[in-house]
Design a protein around this ligand. Structure first.
Ligand SMILES: Cc1ncc(COP(=O)(O)O)c(C=O)c1O
Length: 499
């Protein structure tokens, strides 16, 4: 991985800690304008019990209004759920109007000023999705949801034999990935001991060196069928060397798949050039498609071919339809569009990733993802990454400077910007998290907690600003100071703490 240095490391405290500095950084970055594409909840919106934005609703009973109710909140939680693009409401309304006025014809009929007919929405999403993940349009498809897609992909790519049957994941894998891999083994009647985990040195130090990852894979190379890893680790924010690890797996004859939940729309990836076998992601984090919205997957062109059968009885491929293609769990939506409605019960997979589709996708979900992709189209992943590197570097430098003292927390995300995306995970000293979280939430900050002591802070480059980071730091560090005092008082009151 290349090493980048932090561009703010040499900036004086006087400059770096000032509001003017943050405002200046925002002013000189042309991408700052993209924030206006998003609905930023106000602090009042987050605090009250109503479901809608403040301007649309009456004040709920018992709500005590506060001076800062109309201030924008400090939303640094795009690693969990991205904010709503303004255009989403308009696109969804167009979808509703189409459904209301055209019924079933909404599937086929091109409409003036409307969105593409629902039947063509999948193609409309392909180009833009492919650009974001560095793929050919034929290699991606927007379908199903992340865990379901991982299962579908593993059903095609995990082909255990008596020699090669292990699955390697990381020890801190997101639970759904762990369960998915574990249940794939069980599904094939393989003991759970065949699940190999690459474990970090400790919870406090979750960093996995690339050497360690490669060595575990090498150690199990003769018996491993599949490696499944995250592009960016959800807890530590570590960005893995996808290209190198993929190359290493291939040199050992191992298939490798990537869970890009935290990487897609966050860091540039080149899935095609890096020869990734398969990948899957969700569209609700940095992609801003909406909670639980339809996900996406990638299948490398090498694996998506559909050809006339040439070799009868090839165990790897399914010949029973006279077509030669990678076996998969199939559904009608993966079958050739032109013959799909003939109901002939002859599966003719669409070449590429689209041939992995099962069901008629939710047009509502696709519409919402289209809105989000149209925002991404206003820039490029490279430009976003350049902004993200600066924004995250600024967050890091601000975190490191704490009252000229050692901070009551440590950063567990890699310090090398090439090994992280927009997220910085902060491990607080024991006993502080609840106090800090309470304080910052009261002050309109949204970040994500991982018990017992970790906060994940993610300045998403599409909508977060340097000013957001400045305001976050002011509130967070004050929260830390207060939490230390409260913790001190609490321990003084315990029997053992009484002097
Ligand atoms: C890394 C990772 N994998 C898998 C999942 C599960 O996603 P889904 O619920 O969309 O299947 C998540 C959800 O946040 C995730 O962060």
């Amino acid at each position: 991985m290349p090493q980048f240095s932090n561009p703010y490391a040499a900036t004086s405290d006087q400059d770096l800690l000032s509001e003017a500095f943050a405002r200046g950084e925002d002013a000189r970055d042309p991408l700052s304008k993209l924030r206006a594409e998003f609905v930023i909840p106000t602090k009042g919106d987050l605090r009250n019990q109503r479901y809608g934005p403040a301007e649309n609703a009456t004040v709920s009973a018992g709500h005590v209004s506060r001076d800062d109710d109309h201030d924008e909140s400090i939303y640094l939680c795009g690693n969990s759920l991205g904010l709503q693009p303004r255009r989403t409401r308009e696109y969804v309304n167009r979808y509703l109007d189409t459904w209301a006025s055209k019924g079933v014809f909404g599937h086929f009929k091109p409409l003036q000023g409307g969105l593409p007919p629902w039947l063509d929405l999948d193609d409309a999403l392909k180009e833009q999705t492919a650009t974001i993940v560095g793929a050919l349009p034929s290699e991606v498809v927007v379908m199903e949801t992340l865990t379901a897609n991982l299962h579908l992909l593993m059903s095609s790519f995990y082909k255990p034999t008596s020699e090669r049957y292990k699955i390697i994941i990381e020890g801190k894998a997101f639970p759904s990935d762990h369960y998915a891999a574990q249940s794939q083994l069980a599904h094939h009647g393989i003991p759970s001991s065949a699940l190999i985990t690459i474990t970090p040195p400790s919870d406090d130090s979750p960093y996995l060196t690339t050497e360690h990852i490669l060595s575990v894979i090498s150690q199990h190379n003769a018996t491993t069928a599949l490696v499944l890893l995250p592009g960016i680790q959800f807890y530590s924010g570590q960005f893995f060397d996808i290209e190198l690890i993929t190359r290493h797996c291939h040199s050992l004859g191992i298939i490798v798949g990537w869970d890009l939940a935290h990487a897609v729309g966050n860091v540039p990836v080149k899935l095609h050039d890096w020869n990734v076998d398969f990948a899957a992601w969700c569209n609700y984090k940095y992609m801003n498609g909406g909670p639980g919205v339809i996900g996406g997957l990638f299948v490398h062109d090498n694996h998506g071919k559909v050809e006339k059968a040439q070799v009868d009885g090839d165990a790897e491929y399914n010949n029973d339809t006279q077509l030669h293609y990678r076996p998969r769990l199939s559904g009608w939506w993966g079958s050739d569009k032109s013959s799909r409605f003939r109901m002939e019960n002859k599966f003719v997979p669409i070449p590429g990733a689209s041939g992995f589709q099962l069901s008629n996708p939710s047009a509502l979900d696709m519409t919402s993802v289209l809105a989000s992709l149209d925002v991404f189209s206003m820039t490029s992943m490279e430009a976003l990454r350049a902004r993200s590197l600066r924004l995250t570097a600024y967050l890091e430098q601000r975190l490191l400077r704490y009252d000229n003292k050692t901070p009551p927390y440590k950063i567990i995300t890699p310090a090398n910007p090439a090994e992280r995306g927009a997220q910085i995970s902060v491990l607080l000293n024991p006993g502080l998290l609840d106090h800090v979280l309470h304080y910052i939430e009261e002050h309109g900050v949204v970040v994500d907690e991982r018990k017992p002591d970790v906060l994940r802070v993610a300045p998403a480059p599409l909508y977060n600003s340097f000013w957001d980071v400045h305001r976050f730091i002011e509130i967070f560090q004050e929260g830390c100071r207060r939490a230390i005092v409260q913790k001190g008082k609490a321990s003084a009151q315990t029997p053992n703490g009484v002097a």
